[in-house]
Design a protein around this ligand. Sequence first.
Ligand SMILES: CC(C)(COP(=O)(O)OP(=O)(O)OC[C@H]1O[C@@H](n2cnc3c(N)ncnc32)[C@H](O)[C@@H]1OP(=O)(O)O)[C@@H](O)C(=O)NCCC(=O)NCCS
Length: 198
Amino acid sequence: MTATIGNAMKPLHTNRLILRNWEDRDRDLFFRINSDERVMEFFPFRRNRTEADAKLSEMRDDIERKGFGFAAAEIAAIGECIGFVGLTRTDHLPFLPEGTIEIGWRLVPEFWGHGYVSEASRAWLAFGFDTLGSDEIVSFAVRDNRRSTAVMERIGMTADPTRDFDHPGVPESHPHLRPHAFYSLKRRDWEEQKRAAN
Ligand SMILES: CC(C)(COP(=O)(O)OP(=O)(O)OC[C@H]1O[C@@H](n2cnc3c(N)ncnc32)[C@H](O)[C@@H]1OP(=O)(O)O)[C@@H](O)C(=O)NCCC(=O)NCCS
């Protein structure tokens, strides 16, 4: 069961980050994370500036309506957005039933390797389980996207190869990007990990 929040997103604060809705000042950065070849290595599309601007506006409205989404991650000390980390509802039938809550991320390369995504993800997991009342949060990535599956493992998610799938949104023209590794974190395991950490 997943609750609807139904109001504007309240920023989440972590040690180093502010997780918040998109703003117009993020547009250059958002274009970069939709067009940079390193960032988009495992995606079958690139967005030009016009498409990226439209997507940012769409995501901002969606987050405004729902109270969460793939939200901007800003380094508090420098006031600069470095990419996104967040939760979204997803459904790719028959692999992901309606109402599935996915955690996802994308940063500009100069901020990889500092633990920012793991830090933000822990805040989003707490939001998903505590505020949304989710029973399970999932994530998936192109099988070769080791940097992404490493984040999943770092934040306590478990691979479930029985749920691996060929992503239906990836065109036949990119066969190497179709096979996806599936990870999940169940509420009971998240609570157990929290207890063990305290
Ligand atoms: C996938 C992606 C988000 C991972 O970013 P990341 O910075 O490696 O992720 P984390 O925040 O977990 O950082 C972990 C790294 O920071 C290091 N680190 C430094 N300080 C740290 C800290 N305080 N806490 C945790 N890790 C820390 C870790 O050792 C690790 O380094 P390593 O990669 O050399 O092993 C990034 O590579 C990316 O944006 N890729 C392109 C987009 C993409 O593929 N998105 C996913 C689609 S499914």
